[in-house]
Design a binder for this molecule. Structure first.
Ligand code: F6R
Length: 234
């Protein structure tokens, strides 16, 4: 696990964008794994600026998002589909059919999980997977206790995760209690994983990631077993 301690959020975003742009320049049809949440927003802004300057293009890039809430329409302001449109996809030259996000409104959620996993396999392996870090060590929506062997599945969100995400909804009752997420094994199949963690709220989780044991009670700890992980933290 390569650790890069950054001095600012700006630096974290810039270095992360460098990994993505280097990949796209070397492999224009790269497969990217993307995350939502506050942490990657700076990275997405950097990528948009690079596309506007014509330094990189997304025209052949394929993307797979980690997760989506169950039961929110794509047009809901807090759906991860909407989030990605607003923070990246609407502002870069990526064709709509190259974007993939689990469908949280699928009638058969199990079938949707299998479809998504199959799609990743067909287009994979993911060349570069971006991850954020939950305060409880979750990656994607893989909460503590999730099997390290898990593939894309439906999860019940931990109370701490619903509380952490309540800031985006009018009240905690409005936060969905389920989501579809790539599994831990799905994530571990990526060629390169870049985990972003920044700010006071994340310090305890970062410490546990670096110093703790590999344990299903702290999902991010599995990353220590991956041959090519970069942690950008501050
Ligand atoms: C989002 C995701 C989550 C977040 C994590 C950190 O797609 O999978 O695991 O990365 O909850 O969120 P922020 O960046 O908002 O602190």
């Amino acid at each position: 696990m390569k650790k890069i301690n950054v001095k600012s959020y700006e630096e974290l975003s810039r270095i992360a964008a460098g990994f993505v742009s280097d990949l796209i320049l070397a492999k224009p049809d790269a497969t990217l794994g993307l995350a939502t949440g506050s942490t990657p927003v700076g990275l997405y802004n950097q990528l948009i600026a690079m596309v506007q300057k014509r330094d990189i293009r997304f025209s052949q890039v394929k993307t797979f998002n980690l997760d989506e809430y169950v039961g929110l329409n794509r047009s809901h302001p807090q759906s991860y589909f909407r989030f990605m449109q607003e923070h990246l996809f609407e502002k870069v030259d990526i064709p709509f059919y190259q974007i993939h996000i689990p469908n949280g409104e699928a009638i058969d959620l199990q079938e949707e999980c299998q479809r998504y996993e199959r799609l990743i396999e067909e287009n994979g392996p993911i060349d570069l997977q971006i991850l954020g870090l939950g305060v409880n060590g979750h990656i994607g929506f893989n909460e503590p206790g999730t099997s390290f062997n898990s593939r894309t599945h439906v999860v019940s969100l931990a109370p701490s995760t619903r509380e952490a995400n309540a800031r985006f909804f009018s009240s905690i009752e409005d936060v969905p209690d389920q989501a579809i997420t790539m599994g831990i094994d799905t994530i571990m199949r990526s060629r390169h994983i870049v985990l972003l963690a920044y700010g006071d709220r994340k310090q305890e989780a970062i410490r546990r990631l670096f110093d703790g044991d590999v344990d299903e009670d702290f999902p991010a700890s599995i990353l220590k077993k991956h041959p090519n992980v970069t942690v950008l933290y501050g």
